[in-house]
Design a protein around this ligand. Structure first.
Ligand code: SAH
Length: 396
């Protein structure tokens, strides 16, 4: 096995079980591994530290599979890791019942570069690192065994693959498309999941708990859902008895799916819903100009800052939408504001929202800090930036 030798002192991060080895920590490579091969990571003094997947093209040169230097990375290894991840989800009662569930959450499940989401009997697999890409067949076998699912579809078309020198890949790995369109029930609302053309693996499972919270809060409230995608928050707000729900997205296809989702749920009062295709930045300004007010506003934008390099521009974008969010809130109104940007920490995000409230001339408080649900576990000693951050605020 090839060896990746670290520079003196660079073993410290690994000692804390952070699973990434950056190019700047590497002294030399002994051997000629190919992209995705497993390499042994050793300290400058030759002490073995870990086994990792080799990513020659990425700044993250290797991602650790195991810190147990005796453990062999083979089919059985992936079987164990996948089985453990699936069992972890069964520990929590609120996860056992879900038709839409994240089964594998990358680094946090000890599987860097591997995402797997289950929608009913279909699993969608996304591989974003060279090491993960190499073990595709083992992962498919392990998922099939651990879940008994009939279909596995690959959606490895995320932009981050490019940083690894990997081409986009999509297609069926097991079984084939079901004749009926795929949908799941999430908290009593049926939602279509477009695994082929939808965002990510087809659905934003990370907002499940927060969508449920929206339902609890929406009763009697005039609600504005910005960046609504397929309408997850909007439909929960309707289910919770919102007096009216205005949903905005710039994507026509997303809004078409949202309208279709509403039609799938005849128990909801469709006359209270309006879908509007617009740019949120412009539309918020326009709504303010018209003197509109809302009692509940959801801001769930796309990733404005994928990495720290984009943080400054992203911070301005977050600030802008939150200023308008606060300006549009009625007295006592609630704002649910999110960021999924790796380049913006939880603390930074809170500062941005606090500044926005002041700029909008509002006094506000945080009622709750919002995160992703338990099927998106958070790895200790990992950058918190990588995870969903949200704030539920109330303005005076
Ligand atoms: N809240 C959604 C997920 C939001 S994803 C859910 O719970 O499922 C982000 C959405 O923002 C995408 O649908 C994308 O089309 C939309 N979007 C991105 N930039 C936008 C802009 N400037 N104005 C309006 N919508 C935008």
């Amino acid at each position: 096995m090839a060896q990746l030798v670290l520079l003196p002192g660079k073993e410290r991060q690994l000692a804390r079980h952070h699973p990434w080895i950056f190019a700047a920590a590497v002294d030399r490579l002994e051997g000629r591994p190919r992209a995705g091969d497993t390499v042994e990571v050793v300290a400058a003094n030759g002490r073995p530290l870990a086994k990792a997947g080799w990513s020659p093209e990425s700044k993250i040169r290797a991602r650790v599979w195991t810190f147990d230097t005796q453990e062999i990375v083979d089919d059985a290894f992936f079987k164990r890791r996948v089985q453990a991840a699936v069992e972890r989800r069964l520990l929590l009662p609120e996860l056992c019942e879900q038709e839409g569930l994240r089964l594998l959450h990358g680094e946090s499940d000890g599987l860097p570069g591997v995402i797997a989401d289950r929608y009913g009997d279909t699993v969608v697999l996304q591989l974003t690192a060279a090491g993960a890409d190499k073990w595709r067949p083992a992962l498919v076998r392990a998922l099939q065994r651990a879940t008994g699912c009939a279909r596995i579809y690959e959606r490895s078309d995320s932009d981050v693959r490019r940083l690894e020198g990997l081409l986009p890949v999509a297609g069926w790995l097991l079984g084939e498309a079901s004749p009926t369109p795929l949908s799941i029930v999430e908290n009593d609302v049926r939602m279509r999941v477009d695994i082929v053309a939808g965002h990510k693996t087809g659905f934003y499972l990370d907002q499940r708990d927060n969508r449920l919270l929206t339902r609890v809060l929406a009763s009697g409230r005039r609600t504005l859902n910005c960046f609504c995608y397929s309408g997850g928050f909007s439909l929960q707000a309707l289910a919770g008895g919102a007096s009216e729900v205005l949903s905005i997205d710039s994507s026509g296809p997303a809004l078409a799916t949202a309208a279709e989702n509403l039609a799938l749920n005849p128990q909801l009062d469709a006359s209270r819903a309006e879908w509007r295709e617009a740019d949120v930045f412009n539309e918020l300004r326009r709504l303010k100009g018209k003197g509109e007010r809302f009692d509940l506003i959801i801001l769930d934008p796309p990733k404005f800052a994928p990495s720290a390099a984009h943080a400054e521009r992203a911070a301005r974008a977050y600030r802008d939408i939150n200023v308008f969010g606060f300006r549009l809130l009625s007295p006592g109104g609630l704002l649910m504001s999110y960021s999924c940007s790796g380049g913006i920490s939880r603390e930074h995000f809170q500062e941005i929202v606090a500044d926005a409230a002041i700029s909008a001339g509002r006094e506000a408080r945080i009622l709750r800090r919002l995160t992703a649900p338990a099927d998106h576990p958070v790895r200790l000693n990992f950058s918190e930036g990588e995870y969903l951050k949200g704030l539920l605020c109330q303005a005076d």
